[in-house]
Design a protein around this ligand. Structure first.
Ligand SMILES: Nc1ncnc2c1ncn2[C@@H]1O[C@H](COP(=O)(O)OP(=O)(O)OP(=O)(O)O)[C@@H](O)[C@H]1O
Ligand SMILES: [Mg+2]
Length: 227
């Protein structure tokens, strides 16, 4: 069974779709079979993926669109049998889809830009993940990734410091604000494909490695508890 990573925030424009497809592209290029599910009625991941496919990118990624919240769990379970890692992109509102996509996940990644609204919505998303934990009676790890951080700015440093002070789980990797992200999107690509040695590709690699470490340590913890 694949590990399922849901990328969600109840805030629009936090960087969910960008993070999702960049990670998918990175893991696929390493030779993993990657699954992607777009659950967002805006279908932005679908458009990005289809454009990329027609431009010769995204080999090794299996894509499905599932806009019916009733079908999300079934679709994810089916796909999880066929791939090594499954990523689910969710619309930027508190929704039944978000609750379900969190409920089936091994890890929920919550992107947040360094501003107060994104921070509050990250906290709101974390509370939805906690509801999913209560419903499913299982531990669902979640962690925030700061996105579109402007290098060496006070606001970025302040956001990271505040999150740490509040013991908010946060990845060390910062996804910085870089024009390569929207540029890649126009081309139906990602920085991993367009500039594999660039700084954006490097930070995607770092984030992907942090996510894998988190999944491995959670898996080991579960095995110990079961023993
Ligand atoms: N690291 C980045 N650097 C520069 N621009 C970025 C970065 N990440 C995302 N963007 C831009 O920010 C906008 C929102 O990003 P994205 O679509 O990934 O967010 P989202 O959370 O999926 O939004 P929605 O809630 O609408 O689905 C897009 O225009 C995207 O190109
Ligand atoms: Mg999106």
């Amino acid at each position: 069974m694949a590990k399922i990573v849901t990328i969600s925030s109840s805030k629009g424009g936090a960087g969910k779709t960008t993070t999702t497809i960049c990670l998918a592209d990175y893991w696929a290029k390493l030779g993993n079979k990657v699954g992607l599910i777009d659950t967002d009625p805006n279908k932005s991941l679908s458009r990005w993926f289809e454009k990329g496919r027609s431009n010769g990118y995204f080999e090794g990624i299996e894509f499905r669109q599932q806009l019916q919240d009733k079908q999300i769990i079934e679709t994810a379970k089916q796909m999880a049998k066929e791939v090594d890692i499954l990523l689910i992109d969710v619309a930027g509102i508190a929704s039944v889809s978000l609750l379900k996509a969190a409920g089936i996940a091994d890890l929920v990644v919550i992107p947040a830009q360094p501003n107060e609204d994104d921070f509050l919505e990250a906290a709101n998303t974390a509370s939805i993940v906690k509801e999913a934990m209560e419903l499913t009676s299982r531990e669902i790890p979640w962690k925030t990734v700061v996105t579109r951080g402007k290098q060496n700015t006070a606001v970025l440093k302040h956001m990271v410091a505040q999150l740490k002070k509040l013991n908010f789980p946060i990845f060390d990797t910062i996804v910085h604000d870089r024009t390569i992200y929207p540029t890649a999107r126009f081309n139906g690509a990602t920085p991993v494909s367009l500039e594999p040695s660039g700084l954006a590709a490097l930070e995607i690699e770092e984030l992907a490695e942090e996510i894998v470490s988190q999944l491995v340590s959670d898996h080991e913890k579960k095995q110990k508890q079961a023993a």
